[in-house]
Design a protein. Structure first.
Ligand code: AKG
Length: 404
């Protein structure tokens, strides 16, 4: 039988062979899980062994219980997340990613750097350079490109009264569900389904697979740690502890994510044009954590044009665009008034920069209402075919369900 696991081995080994990271990681005896990587050493001491938490996923099927046979298979995933809405099972993070090497003996709460604030009157960024150590992040890039279903979404818009056909200039995929519902185990087959009436969504919301769930937890934990450090710093500097209002509470909730959007820019020809994630379904001042993997691409930010009737003196930042050359493992967190006032883009790259090996961007967000779920599946999954990475031809290929 050509099992999922043997198929995955072919796809995955071809990807990993191009990367010598596994040998480096295998030779490193001091390893920690990706979760523990973001913990303080005191919390590490009390950490219990990991058990599967994603109840409702069908785990332990034939292909997931194969024993490791040799060193080559050490890096292959041994468990998968399956769900009726996934075109194919999605592997858990392999040990070479989930057991990242400990880069120093004196560990801190954060992975490879502290988040550096970049702020102005209406700009609030936290920039990790990097968030995930570079070698592990390159491996994560290869893993996610080979493991996730991708889509090339096309849709129509009307602009100035005329219809325009848009072909999204990058590969996309999405998982998650807005705040008005949550995934519960279905009584029919035990898979996770939204706890609202069937048919409440046009889309079929799908839960985060375990590999993205692990990253979500790590990012949330790092942001909670950054916040704690910020408020400790303020108190140590003699500032009075601020009173917490509704806005602050809302900000805390914003850094708890229920959506994961993934973009794959196969080459410099793929891009995202200037826009802001200021949709009402994200709330007034959303926190969006944006993780980069693979090739370095410029992340440009520019202030939205000021309305003509604005009388207040413009912030000095208004005329000054920002350029962050995001490298593999870097994470930019956009918070507060940023989306309301700033636009961001990843422009195309040409000539010698065009064949850059590809880049993946993952954004974690929190959608508050149903419109968020509908919007994200419409524009990141759509109604077209599913694609999957072909490691031999080094490109995305349409994926069709295998006949049993
Ligand atoms: O690829 C990036 O860094 C930006 C992605 C982005 O702006 C988006 O998904 O809205």
């Amino acid at each position: 039988m050509y099992s999922i696991r043997s198929k995955y081995r072919a796809i995955y080994t071809a990807s990993i062979n191009s990367c010598s990271l596994s040998a480096y990681i295998m030779s490193n005896k001091r390893t920690r899980t990706i979760d523990s990587f973001f913990m303080t050493s005191s919390s590490l001491a009390t950490k219990k062994p990991r058990t599967s938490t994603n109840s409702g996923f069908e785990e332990g099927c034939d292909e997931t219980i194969l024993k490791k046979r040799d060193n080559d298979t050490d890096n292959l995933p041994t468990n998968y997340s399956s769900h009726p809405t996934y075109p194919f099972p999605i592997p858990h993070l392999p040990s070479s990613i989930s057991h990242v090497p400990n880069p120093s003996t004196t560990t801190t709460t954060f992975p490879s750097s502290h988040g550096r604030p970049i702020t102005d009157t209406d700009l609030d960024l936290l920039y990790f350079e990097p968030f995930i150590p570079r070698p592990a992040s390159r491996h994560l890039f290869e893993f996610l490109r080979a493991s996730l279903p991708f889509y090339r979404v096309e849709y129509d818009i009307s602009r100035s009264g005329s219809k325009q056909h848009i072909r999204t200039p990058r590969w996309t995929t999405v998982f998650g569900l807005d705040d008005t519902s949550r995934f519960v185990a279905s009584t029919i087959d035990g898979s996770l389904v939204p706890n609202c009436a069937p048919g409440s969504y046009r889309a079929s919301p799908r839960p985060l697979p375990q590999c993205l769930e692990d990253l979500r937890v790590a990012v949330e934990r790092a942001l909670a740690g950054a916040k704690e450090k910020g408020s400790r710093q303020g108190t140590e500097d003699g500032e009075e502890e601020p009173k917490r209002g509704d806005a602050e509470e809302e900000k805390d909730e914003d850094a708890k994510f229920n959506f994961c959007l993934v973009n794959y820019y196969a080459s410099g020809a793929d891009s995202i044009s200037f826009h802001s994630d200021d949709e009402r379904f994200l709330g007034a001042s959303p926190t969006i954590a944006s993780l980069s993997l693979g090739a370095t691409r410029d992340f440009l930010m520019k202030h939205k044009p000021l309305l003509p009737q604005t009388t207040a003196a413009p912030s000095p930042a208004v005329g000054k665009p920002l350029k962050l050359p995001l490298a593999t493992g870097d994470m930019v967190v956009m918070r507060g008034a940023t989306q309301a006032n700033w636009l961001h883009a990843v422009p195309k790259r040409s000539r010698r920069n065009a064949r850059d090996g590809g880049r993946i961007n993952i954004t974690f967000r929190r959608a508050r209402v149903k419109a968020g779920t509908e919007n994200y599946y419409n524009y990141n999954v759509g109604a077209g075919p599913v694609y999957r990475w072909d490691a031999v031809d080094q490109e995305m290929k349409p994926w069709t369900k295998e006949k049993p």
